[in-house]
Design a protein around this ligand. Structure first.
Ligand SMILES: *Cc1c(COP(=O)(O)O)cnc(C)c1O
Length: 364
């Protein structure tokens, strides 16, 4: 049997009729940018999360970049972020001229609140909590630290649409929640897309202006903004998928539950669940010492796998100018050498899940 790492058309065929009729409806409407689909999606996504405002944007990276810009964070300011984050998290900070301050993750792969506390300086303006792989970070501790030091708390929810910490959805706990709707995300569209959610009306207004060339009124530009708009077709398709997001997340959780109870192999470390957070399993990430051997074994058995992520941002060529070296963040670096993501996606068949479990249990 062959089990690919991900097959994106399976979730499309699950609700094919509705996606196709929505796409046709938008095509025939004659209105393609900032119209009723975007407006409705913003309203519906905010309602789903329990957020006050939602602003549709062109991508997750744009959401991060515009979030820090809207908070007035730039040159000379520091933002604390986990060293094992995705590179886009860091780019959202540095595109504004601000400096990322890396800290070690906890055993759930999220930013470690104790490390955050130690990294706060006079220049710190914000903490970026990335809910990595789909599990919410320890937001109560982070919020407490940010309140005590007067810092903004920004959430990267690109992998956590619908995951909770306590009673609240990720994205609604900090000052700004940033989302990506890249096709493979749990709430993915069929192209690029992103959004910001916030409770703050001033931030909301500022972001609406920034996403559209810095103008509130056409041809009256208050500031140098961006072209970062979610388009009507993607918004319409996202409205369809949003109706099923809880089911889709549940399906992934069921697969994860099987992996967690049925994968039994001493070489392999399974992901751990945090007490007060839920996990929507955007990725199912295991860890093991001899990763190369395991990757080869999976390949021989026709099972897809990926590494999220092989190079931590502080060692990436893009950030060589920051002057970090190997050994600066031993835990994040160990994770980057040991993690492997195994197949988990909507529409995955029972035989495929059985096969992945069987093959991994036979690994020696
Ligand atoms: C996907 C992702 C992003 C970037 O989203 P794009 O829409 O691809 O720009 C940012 N942060 C994290 C954690 C992501 O997984």
């Amino acid at each position: 049997m062959k089990v690919p790492f991900n097959v994106l058309d399976r979730q499309f065929f699950l609700h094919q009729q509705e996606y196709e009729s929505k796409a046709l409806e938008v095509l025939r409407s004659g209105w393609y940018i900032l119209g009723s689909e975007v407006k409705s999606f913003e309203k519906e996504f905010a309602a789903y999360l329990g957020a006050k405002y939602c602003i549709g944007l062109a991508s997750g990276l744009d959401a991060l970049m515009i979030a820090f810009r809207a908070l007035g964070i730039g040159s000379g300011d520091e933002v604390i972020v986990a060293a094992n984050s995705y590179i886009a998290c860091v780019m959202g900070i540095t595109m504004n001229g601000a400096t990322p301050i890396f800290v070690e993750p906890d055993k759930y792969y999220n930013i470690d609140p104790k490390a955050v506390e130690d990294a706060v300086t006079k220049k710190t303006k914000a903490v970026l909590a990335v809910h990595l792989y789909g599990q919410s970070a320890d937001m109560s501790s982070l919020k407490d630290i940010c309140n005590r030091h007067g810092l903004y708390l920004v959430e990267d929810c690109a992998q956590s649409h619908g995951s909770k910490h306590g009673e609240k959805m990720s994205g609604t706990i900090g000052d700004i929640g940033c989302f990506s709707f890249y096709p493979s995300k749990n709430l993915g569209c069929f192209g690029d897309g992103g959004a910001i959610v916030t409770e703050n009306p001033d931030i909301e207004k500022e972001i609406r202006v920034l996403r559209n060339y810095g103008s509130e009124k056409r041809y009256h530009n208050k500031t140098v903004g961006y072209n970062s708009r979610l388009d009507e077709i993607q918004a319409g398709l996202l409205r369809v998928k949003l109706r099923y997001i809880d089911e889709l997340n549940k399906e992934r959780e069921e697969i994860a539950k099987r992996y967690l109870t049925e994968i039994k192999n001493e070489e392999i470390l399974l992901p751990e669940s945090m007490k007060n957070s839920t996990h929507i399993y955007h990725l199912f990430v295991i860890r093991l010492k001899n990763r190369e051997k395991f990757m080869k074994y999976m390949e021989e058995n026709d099972i897809g796998k990926m590494i999220h992520y092989p190079i931590p941002p502080h060692l990436s060529e893009a950030y060589s100018y920051l002057g970090y070296k190997e050994g600066d963040f031993p835990l994040a670096e160990a994770y980057s050498n040991e993690v492997v993501s195994i197949p988990i996606y909507n529409g995955m068949k029972k035989e495929e899940i059985d096969y992945v479990i069987e093959v991994i249990n036979n690994y020696k």
